[in-house]
Write a protein that binds this ligand. Structure first.
Ligand code: ADP
Ligand code: MG
Length: 274
């Protein structure tokens, strides 16, 4: 009960309470690339956004945050999403990460049309296919470093010795092999973000979403974290999406996009400052 409360406060939306196995076959039945007119079928495309629209209401006034966004991101690509505060970066990432659903259009991730799933199916999809890293790290303060990772592994049915081995491997990979029993509050910001990266990758997600991951870190630590994130994501073969204000972060990615006035535009050369 306590954990659930902590999770709600900290907006750990992707840790649902359900323990059902994710029924991929059922979800895949709902999706067919052929349903989407004019889109070539390709194994190399990890994410397709098709005429995506999301708006919010302020009283009776509609505020369109994403307006007819169409784009494809390849498997294993690293993508920077730039844009001013309030331009819709988090809204876009929440749609791709199956946290939110669009008003119109489709979000296809790893071959599954997630735009039309029930809340419960979105939770299951998210748990298996998506990893998240946030600006505020979002570790669970009452759990040790190892248990923060174990928690996600257990949601994915990885337990016991297999979980212990995976935790060791990940902590060594992020340079925290000796901090398994530490609690988040004794770690520096950079160390907490390393744990968050290990946790985000523990179930080998096909998509890793990082929403302003270096926003709370000094420049030197940010560079180290970014290098680590890119390296581990490449090893895992995940597609990486990073929302950022930072030009430096954007230049480390394969492609850079900018959100402006609800539209998503690819910048001509990666990381060009607008
Ligand atoms: P960014 O991440 O680029 O700073 P966001 O995606 O968080 O921008 O927000 C884009 C716009 O959508 C903002 O004007 C914000 O106030 C609005 N918005 C985001 N989420 C909600 C929500 N759940 N309800 C109402 N408005 C929202
Ligand atoms: Mg944001």
């Amino acid at each position: 009960m306590r954990i659930v409360l902590v999770l709600r406060q900290r907006k750990f939306i992707y840790f649902g309470r359900y323990r059902h196995r994710f029924d991929l076959s059922r979800l895949q039945l709902r999706t067919s690339h052929a349903e989407i007119e004019g889109m070539p079928e390709s194994n190399e495309i990890e994410i397709r956004l098709h005429h995506l629209r999301r708006s919010f209401y302020e009283g009776r006034r509609e505020r369109v945050v994403l307006d007819d966004v169409c784009v494809e991101f390849g498997r294993g690509e690293s993508i920077a999403i730039r844009g001013r505060s309030g331009s819709g970066k988090s809204t876009l990432l929440n749609l791709i990460g199956a946290i939110d659903a669009p008003d119109a259009g489709q979000v296809i991730v790893s071959g599954v049309d997630i735009s039309d799933l029930s809340e419960r199916d979105r939770t299951l999809f998210r748990r298996q296919h998506i990893g998240f890293v946030y600006q505020a790290f979002n570790l669970i303060p009452t759990l040790s470093v190892a248990d923060n990772i174990r928690f996600v592994l257990e949601l994915n049915q990885v337990k016991g010795q297999a979980a212990a081995q995976r935790i060791d491997e990940l902590l060594v990979a992020v340079g925290l092999g000796d901090r398994a029993d530490s609690f988040p509050d004794v770690l520096s910001g950079g160390e907490q973000q390393r744990v968050a990266i290990a946790r985000a990758l523990c179930h080998a997600p096909s998509v890793l979403i990082a929403d302003e991951p270096t926003g709370n870190l000094d420049d030197g630590t940010a560079d180290t974290i970014l290098g680590l994130l890119n390296e581990l994501v490449r090893q895992n073969g995940s597609t990486l999406l990073i929302a950022t204000h930072s030009l430096r972060v954007a230049t480390s990615c394969d492609r850079t996009f900018e959100l402006h006035g609800g539209r998503l535009e690819e910048l001509s050369s990666g990381g060009d400052d607008a």
